[in-house]
Structure formats: C-alpha cells, structure tokens
Design a binder for this molecule. Structure first.
Ligand code: ADP
Length: 311
C-alpha cells in the first residue's frame, strides 16, 4: 500500500483555484521531489497533506487512514517541516524537542530516548543545551527537521528546507535528507532543480495548481546519456544518408544544418567517423541532454514565452 494516496485534490483561496485536481502517490523508499515555480501551489498541497489545511475537494489516505475521517491516526504517521519552521527561539534545543514530543503524544518514559535519537539523526548531539535563537540558520533547520521526525513518522514532508542556507549548510541538509530517506518516505518541496537531482528518486512538477510532469529520476537521467546527440554539419547530407551511418536508430532535423540523432554506439564515434570520412564539415557533435531544467522550463515557462512572443 502506498504511504500517501492523494486523489483529485482541489483548494480554493476565494475564487482562486490554487490547487487544481492533483492526484499522486508516495511509496515506501521514495524521496519525491515536488517541484514548481513560486506560486504554483506547492505549499498549499503540503499543508493539505500534513492535515493543516482542508481540501475543498478530494481525498488523502495516509497508509490506510483517511486524513479527513481519521486525522489523529493519519497525522501520527506524518512529520512536517513547514516553509517557516515552527521554532521557539527562546527555548533550548532539548526543551523544544521535548515539547514537540509531548505534542506528538510520545509516552513520558520514552521522551528522552526519542529526543536523543532525533538529535543523533540530525547531528545535534552537542547542541541540546543551546538556545535555538543562538544557533546558525543551518542548525536551526536541523532542529526543524528533528521536530518533524521526533515521533518516528513513516512520512516526512519538507517544505523548502534549504532556503536561506549557505552552500555548506545546504550540502549538509541534503545529506541528512538522503540519510532520512533510507527509513522514511519523503516529500521534498522545492523550486531548486539541483536539489531534486541531488536528493530525489522521483520528481513531480506542479504549475498553476496542476501536476504537469511525473518521472523516476533514473528514467530521466538515462535520457541524459541515452545515445541522443545533436550534430551540426556545414555540408549536411540527406536524412536518408544519415540513417545509413552504422548504429543509427533515429534522425530528426532541427534545422538545415543541425540534426538530433539517436545511436546505439555509446560514444558517438560512428557519427564522428561518418562526418569526417564523407567530408560533411563537422561543426558540432554534442550529447543532447534532456535535463530536468529543460523539462521544468518547457513546462512552466511555456505560457509566458508565448505571451512575450505575441506582445
Ligand atoms: P508555492 O508554495 O508553490 O509557492 P502556494 O501554495 O504558496 O505556492 O500558493 C499558491 C497560490 O495560492 C499562489 O497564487 C498564492 O498567492 C495563493 N495563496 C497561497 N496562500 C494563500 C492565502 N492564504 N490566501 C490567498 N491566496 C493564497
């Protein structure tokens, strides 16, 4: 059974349909990147999944429990780090985590154990006595993650967890997320593409409230180097002649001089040799990368580009 099954979620703010009929699942072992430009509806979706905002339409099932009908049991399975971490800066790390443990109804006798485990997993072993307000932003974010995992939930939802951190802190938090992904299903909500590439095994793109793309990262990365090459020739032959090159499976013309070819020859030596032998005037031969960035731009900027082109 999936950890999360969300069906046809809709959420309005006034007349504005901020989340527009979204359905997806989160499976055990997933670190799902939930990607979208600002205002796409990511936070609204996360608030609904974590039980902090009711959908206007749709259903959310958390590991067998309906979030709307059985919120206590469903919510017990979720740890949530909102975009603005709910930290009390005048508390020490230990005080705050103990308070969160109580909110999650962890048994009194188990609070210290839960607290130590969460601190260890987030690299906060030495920080228990520190005032949260005196910690660096990276460490405050670790505390935010520690409160999300204090009750050992099956699912962790992290909303923009690295925003405002420096590059070293970002690296540390990403490593922590990968580590947590070994034991939990994770949804990582972000607008940072390299973050998804570095951390996630699945990706979904949301734009204007709608889910517009879904893929396994492995499939996506396969396409990066899956034998697609862009070739530019000064004296291009006919497409039929390009098809005659050994190991060529497909040829598409991009313009008069540039073609997208697919070859089963990994290093494209066949294409380079043919171009030189036939004196086609080889200008460029580069792997054609179908990157997440391209997909993201195509799917989320398309409308704006058209608008600009028309104006
Ligand atoms: P994201 O997290 O992808 O940046 P949000 O879910 O925060 O997007 O917002 C989606 C849309 O809903 C945006 O147009 C935003 O302005 C609007 N919105 C978000 N929260 C509220 C709110 N409390 N009241 C009115 N509109 C909101």
């Amino acid at each position: 059974m999936p950890l999360i099954t969300a069906n046809n979620l809709v959420r309005y703010y006034g007349d504005h349909r901020a989340v527009d009929d979204i359905s997806f699942t989160l499976k055990t072992g997933d670190i799902l990147g939930f990607l979208g430009p600002n205002g796409a509806g990511k936070s609204t979706t996360m608030k609904m999944l974590s039980g902090n905002l009711a959908p206007n339409e749709g259903e959310i099932n958390i590991n067998g429990f309906d979030l709307l009908d059985d919120p206590k049991r469903a919510k017990a399975l979720i740890g949530y780090l909102p975009e603005q971490p709910p930290l009390y800066k005048e508390m020490t790390v230990d005080e705050y985590l103990a308070y969160c443990a109580k909110l999650h109804r962890i048994d009194k006798n188990r609070i210290i154990e839960a607290l130590e485990l969460a601190k260890t997993r987030c690299g906060l072993e030495e920080s228990g006595d520190r005032l949260i307000g005196n910690l660096s932003k990276g460490y405050q974010q670790r505390v935010g993650i520690a409160q999300a995992i204090i009750h050992s939930p099956e699912i962790i939802i992290l909303d923009e967890p690295t925003v405002g951190l420096d590059p070293n802190q970002i690296r540390e938090i990403r490593e922590l997320i990968i580590e947590l992904g070994k034991h939990h299903g994770i949804i990582l909500c972000t607008h940072i593409l390299p973050e998804v590439e570095a951390v996630c095994n699945r990706v979904q793109i949301i734009n204007k409230g709608k889910l517009v793309y879904e893929a396994d990262m492995d499939d996506l990365l396969d396409k990066h180097s899956n034998g697609f090459y862009e070739i530019t020739l000064l004296r291009p032959p006919s497409i039929n002649q390009l098809y005659e090159i050994a190991d060529i499976n497909n040829v598409e013309s991009i313009n008069d001089n540039t073609f997208l070819v697919h070859t089963s020859n990994v290093n494209a030596e066949n294409i380079a040799n043919a171009a030189v032998t036939n004196n086609w005037g080889l200008v460029k031969l580069i792997p054609h990368e179908h990157t997440l960035e391209q997909i993201f731009i195509d799917l989320t900027l398309g409308d704006d580009k058209n608008k600009e082109a028309k104006s």
